[in-house]
Design a protein around this ligand. Structure first.
Ligand SMILES: Nc1nc2c(c(=O)[nH]1)N[C@H]1C(S)=C(S)[C@@H](COP(=O)(O)OP(=O)(O)OC[C@H]3O[C@@H](n4cnc5c(=O)[nH]c(N)nc54)[C@H](O)[C@@H]3O)O[C@H]1N2
Ligand SMILES: Nc1nc2c(c(=O)[nH]1)N[C@H]1C(S)=C(S)[C@@H](COP(=O)(O)OP(=O)(O)OC[C@H]3O[C@@H](n4cnc5c(=O)[nH]c(N)nc54)[C@H](O)[C@@H]3O)O[C@H]1N2
Ligand SMILES: [Mo]
Length: 808
């Protein structure tokens, strides 16, 4: 989230689109209720299904899955043509005036630099600004130059008119018009809209670009950095925010530092690129400090073994030979027999990943599979024949499965990072049962034993193992407190910080501003620096007072970065440092320093005249409409159809020339043959969760199993009638990849949509059942989903695929 849960109470308009917060985030949703009750806020919900969130909305409109860019692109067009933008904000705080490279083009849905054979943009050099001789990007403050971002943006979205958006989205023009008008009112400085989204946006082959299109709308309205504004990802698992923060993706290090690639064997090359060196004149971006964060990380991991002479242990870091080893890539390799063993920790891939049969076949190629989980999951029994629910030939599967039972979060102390970036300490409720051990214990013992073997037998490159610092009181089980203190970081030598204070060796650091690149500081994750200081464990704070009445609650837990609750909050005031509106005060320049009810996202003593820009993580210092080369599929979001499209064409290119689906999505060669077409599978399916279950594990819990005991699918009344299906019938839902059978729930909540001259029906498929646990056995929903994903995040397209439905 750019903002925080509690800040939703400050919104005037709440757009829930691409999520179902009332069911998937019921606790956080109370801040929506709060905004409605005490701020007269209005709630708009856009979802293919009339959800529980929709049931309390002021306005609801249906949308065809996978078409949100068309809606947002149309909205951008509307805001520009109706002149409903926050002028001063966009002029000062965004890239609208920047001039773009003359070679940058866009034709038939494809930007310049595309290599059709490789299915990706191999040349992104034109996705850039024009630079003057002095090194600055060229700008045209009048916004008239045909190469300025404003003109290119206008041109790009001029195609997205009301009629066409309605044709693509299947949303009536009156609904679209009404929602656009209402959203446009939030361009007034005293009014803000917040956008809440989750998987209804991410789980598409164009997911990342849907989210960008929302960010663009919020920039046009001047709603980023504002109380009650922002683009807010409601995250999933209780600590999934912590997972990405701590660098558990295959290509990242902690705090969004990145792993070197194969071509970066040289340390200086690695640091220079990331610290944006050589710096352009006037260049911003806090990433200039990359070296300090990285050296401190290496000191944290390798202690005295990380020295200036060995480039802080740079050679100990793996160098990655592909862009990433994401789960799609790993399971594709596994399917090709290129993976011997797999450690599966707190993850149930045959239930969670797309195309269950493909995933099962991949697991069957492993020599060994280790499952670390409190429960006996479907993945740990993937080899077992469970009738129609897991129809495998056990005798053909030779994979050795080893289970290591773990405790769960309630059986240990520790911290969880929520969607608001709050690190909240929690305390153990009970000891784990039986032989269950904490994940920390299992991983530590594994490490110690591996190291012993390296010690005894040597190995190809033993240093990264042998040199790792392991300073814990009980080496077999470091305590959560020790780890949390280490992640915050401490001084490794006496030094004087920027404020002139002397920091003694061994002292806990107060914040990432103290980090150094000379080896005198260690910090396991720079953005967490400040969470466990000399003043103690900040994550354990539970002061919920709100002294300014602004819903920022600075004393509740600790938010990264620097306990700041709203990111880019400098943008909440005008260039002179005065809040855009009295009722939206957040931070301001008080004549001497930046102050406010949140921690200013800014150098405290840099006066407005100094002209520092608010988007401090970008080299330009401004919000970007034109992302340059950061995205896989281009600088502007463009609507592409789901890979399995119910209408067969992209209505933006009715002559069928150009791109139908995302030309830069993640799709492997062997997957094309597993895709279905509308002739055989006419219905648009989407999968989702229910309040009563958590993925695939709450079915092991009796009370949850009682509340939702049996697998069902949702079918609209009109389609049900056409198919002769009545509520309670058993139906078979099939895709090109397999089928499931479930009870039909016939509902008014899913309506047929008029799309591009035809009727599109949606089928709703909850995802919680399987062949283990206490509910009735069911089929894994992911039997149906295609094995492909977004080109940036590699998130599978679980929200838009094609199925057929028949009564059994
Ligand atoms: N009770 C419960 N809560 C949970 C979870 C759980 O399993 N159970 N899981 C947690 C996790 S890990 C996550 S990631 C979150 C997910 O949170 P959500 O994303 O809110 O959950 P989903 O149920 O997957 O809902 C997505 C909604 O998006 C809609 N949708 C589908 N396609 C589209 C589309 O193209 N456009 C639009 N506008 N909407 C679309 C669906 O109809 C559905 O209502 O929930 C978390 N919370
Ligand atoms: N079709 C379709 N597929 C989807 C989705 C969808 O909407 N549609 N949603 C996707 C999303 S957003 C998600 S997050 C995934 C969820 O996919 P998974 O994360 O694989 O699903 P969970 O059932 O939550 O599995 C988590 C496992 O962690 C175990 N666990 C709990 N606590 C601990 C612990 O402390 N230590 C260890 N080692 N294990 C623990 C649980 O027992 C459980 O088995 O599914 C994805 N798949
Ligand atoms: Mo998730």
């Amino acid at each position: 989230m750019t903002n925080t849960w509690t800040d939703i109470a400050n919104a005037n308009l709440i757009l829930v689109m691409g999520g179902n917060a009332a069911e998937a985030h019921p606790c956080g949703f109370k801040w929506v209720t709060e905004a409605k009750a005490h701020n007269a806020a209005r709630l708009i919900v856009i979802d293919p299904r009339f959800t529980r969130t929709a049931s309390v909305a002021d306005y609801y409109a249906p949308i065809r899955t996978g078409t949100d860019i068309a809606f947002m692109g149309g909205l951008i067009n509307y805001l520009l043509t109706e002149d409903k933008i926050q002028h001063e904000y966009v002029r000062n705080y965004t890239d609208l005036s920047f001039l773009v490279d003359p070679g940058f083009t866009f034709e038939d849905g494809i930007f310049s630099g595309y290599d059709a054979a490789k299915r990706r943009y191999t040349d992104k050099t034109t996705w850039n600004y024009q630079y003057a001789a002095d090194g600055f990007a060229m700008v045209d403050p009048t916004l008239q130059d045909p190469r300025c971002v404003y003109q290119l943006l206008k041109q790009h979205y001029s195609r997205y008119n009301l009629e066409l958006v309605s044709q693509i989205c299947g949303m009536p023009t009156e609904s679209i018009q009404k929602i656009w008008e209402e959203i446009a009112t939030c361009s007034a400085p005293g009014k803000t809209m917040t956008i809440l989204y989750a998987l209804g946006w991410t789980q598409h082959s164009i997911g990342s670009q849907i989210i960008r299109s929302a960010a663009m709308v919020q920039l046009l309205l001047g709603n980023v950095g504002m109380p009650g504004g922002g683009v807010n990802a409601l995250r999933g698992h209780s600590n999934i925010q912590g997972l990405t923060d701590l660098g558990l993706l295959s290509n990242t290090l902690t705090g969004y530092l990145t792993l070197p690639s194969d071509s970066e064997q040289d340390y200086d090359t690695y640091i220079f690129k990331r610290a944006l060196k050589p710096l352009r004149p006037g260049q911003m971006s806090y990433w200039q400090n990359y070296g300090k964060f990285h050296v401190s990380l290496m000191k944290s991991w390798y202690g005295a073994n990380a020295t200036a002479d060995n480039h802080w242990g740079y050679d100990y870091l793996p160098k990655i030979d592909v862009p990433s080893y994401d789960i799609l890539k790993m399971f594709d390799m596994m399917g090709q027999g290129k993976v011997n063993g797999y450690m599966c920790q707190g993850f149930n891939p045959i239930a969670a990943l797309p195309d269950k049969n493909r995933v099962t076949a991949a697991l069957a190629k492993l020599k060994w599979l280790v499952i670390m989980d409190p429960l006996a999951t479907e993945t740990s029994e993937f080899w077992k024949n469970v009738g129609p629910y897991n129809d495998v030939k056990s005798a053909d599967i030779q994979t050795e499965v080893i289970r290591l039972p773990t405790t769960c979060f309630a059986e240990e102390d520790g911290s969880l990072v929520n969607s608001s970036r709050w690190l909240q300490w929690h305390w153990k409720g009970a000891d784990g049962p039986g032989l269950a051990r904490t994940d920390i214990r299992i991983m530590s013992e594994l490490f110690l034993r591996l190291r012993q073997r390296y010690q005894a037998n040597g190995g190809a490159y033993a240093e990264p193992m042998m040199k790792l610092s392991w300073p814990y009181k009980v080496p077999e089980e470091p305590s959560p407190e020790e780890l949390a203190r280490e992640i915050n970081g401490s001084a490794t030598a006496d030094f004087t910080d920027a404020t002139g204070a002397t920091i003694k060796a061994g002292a806990q650091l107060a914040g990432f501003g103290q980090l150094k690149d000379d080896g005198s500081t260690a910090s396991g994750c720079w953005i967490f620096c400040g969470s466990w200081t000399e003043a103690g464990n900040q994550m354990a704070r539970r002061d919920n007072s709100d002294p300014y009445g602004t819903h920022q609650h600075q004393g509740w837990a600790w938010a990264w970065p620097a306990n700041r609750r709203i990111l880019y909050n400098r943008a909440s005031c005008d260039p002179q440092g005065k809040p855009w509106a009295e009722n939206k005060r957040l931070v301001w320049w008080n004549g001497k320093t930046w102050a406010g009810t949140d921690i200013p996202d800014y150098k405290a003593d840099s006066p407005p005249e100094a002209g520092m820009n608010p988007f401090i993580m970008a080299p330009e210092g401004v919000g970007r409409f034109f992302t340059r080369d950061n995205m896989a599929e281009g600088p502007f979001p463009e609507h592409y159809e789901p890979f399995e499209t119910p209408i067969g064409i992209n209505p933006l290119h009715p002559n069928n020339k150009g791109a139908t689906s995302n030309p830069a999505a993640r799709i492997f060669d062997s997957v094309w043959d597993t895709l279905g077409v509308a002739k055989d599978y006419p219905y648009a399916a989407t999968s989702y969760r229910l309040t009563e279950h958590f993925h695939f594990w709450s079915k092991h819990c009796k009370l949850n199993a009682i509340t939702q005991p049996e697998q069902f699918v949702e079918i609209g009344e009109v389609l049900a009638k056409e198919k002769g299906i009545v509520a309670g019938d058993k139906v078979r839902v099939s895709s090109r990849r397999g089928f499931i059978e479930a009870v039909a729930v016939v509902t008014k909540r899913i309506r047929p949509l008029q799309v591009n001259g035809q009727v599109v029906h949606h089928i709703g498929i909850p995802l919680h059942w399987g062949f283990t646990g206490l509910t009735r056995h069911g089929y894994l929903t992911n039997t149906l989903v295609p094995f492909l994903g977004d080109g940036n995040s590699q998130t599978p397209e679980s929200k838009s695929f094609l199925v057929n439905v028949e009564k059994v």
